[in-house]
Design a binder for this molecule. Structure first.
Ligand SMILES: [Zn+2]
Length: 65
């Protein structure tokens, strides 16, 4: 990607998550270990965790049932 400049801090990867409990969208960020996306519902704080798959699965919307 020619427009990508190398930078000291990379943005943390995130996925879009639909929390069905409250019907709200939120971003869920990769954890420190880099093996899962972990976050919680912005409304009811319900925890959610999605295993990170190397090489993909971005650009789709995840649903926390
Ligand atoms: Zn919720």
């Amino acid at each position: 990607m020619p427009h990508d400049k190398p930078s000291a801090r990379k943005p943390r990867p995130a996925i879009s998550m639909l929390f069905k409990c409250c019907n709200v969208y939120s971003r869920v960020f990769l954890n420190h270990a880099g093996n899962a996306y972990a976050g919680h519902c912005p409304r009811c704080a319900r925890p959610v965790r999605v295993k990170a798959v190397p090489g993909g699965r971005r650009g789709r919307i995840w649903i926390a049932e």
